[in-house]
Design a protein around this ligand. Sequence first.
Ligand SMILES: Nc1ncnc2c1ncn2[C@@H]1O[C@H](COP(=O)(O)OP(=O)(O)OP(=O)(O)O)[C@@H](O)[C@H]1O
Length: 237
Amino acid sequence: MSLLSIQNMDVSIGQYSVLHGVTFDVPEGGVFVLLGRNGAGKTTTLRAIMGLWQPSPGSVSFRGEQIAGMHTSDIAKKGIAFVPENMGIFGGLTVAENMVLATANGKFDQTRLKRVYELFPALEQFWDKQAWSLSGGQKQMLAVARAIIEPRDLILIDEPTKGLAPSIIAAMGEAFREISAQTTILLVEQNFAFAKSLGRDMAVIDDGRVVHTGTMADFVADTELQNRLLSLSMEAG
Ligand SMILES: Nc1ncnc2c1ncn2[C@@H]1O[C@H](COP(=O)(O)OP(=O)(O)OP(=O)(O)O)[C@@H](O)[C@H]1O
């Protein structure tokens, strides 16, 4: 059984029909990459899984249980976290306060906190600094750290490398590799070089429809398919 199974998911935003019968399965473990052009429907897919947009009834199951139609807070309690593109951190609060707010009861599990420090040493260094004063990469690290401070089975991460320097992207990749040994990651990316270094399985979405699913290794080997499905707006690599 897949960890997450999306079957025939339609999503409308207001009067606009954005997703049309989106279907793909995310197996447990590793990184699953969702690729697609600008405006293809990647963010909408993540938001619908999280209950932030209303997906069609019965279209999203997590560990075999239907979660479409549940409240976002109940979906989060099932063990799914979301790191949105805007990171969702509180700039006026310190790193420590941002982390406390991400815990279920205001207390840290010390083993998990130690792991966060190991993955992202800058967060320990800047623990008492206000989040707005962090660099773009450090803010992204804080956003991911907030998602893993409680036990999770699945983390949805939306374009984490956007605007980051190559050295920070490399560090982020290392952290994701370690996190994905314990927690499945569903990663939306436009940076194909980054995505292909991490992904085991993948899907491509275009105009609100899934147009390809398979292994990343097969996709990387098929340049004709890449050229056809990935627009020039995606960073080839
Ligand atoms: N709040 C909204 N109201 C109306 N239309 C929206 C809204 N949010 C997204 N859309 C539309 O839905 C479509 C999919 O958008 P989405 O943000 O999911 O794409 P994306 O693949 O994540 O793109 P990008 O890579 O540019 O972030 C786009 O045509 C977009 O204009």
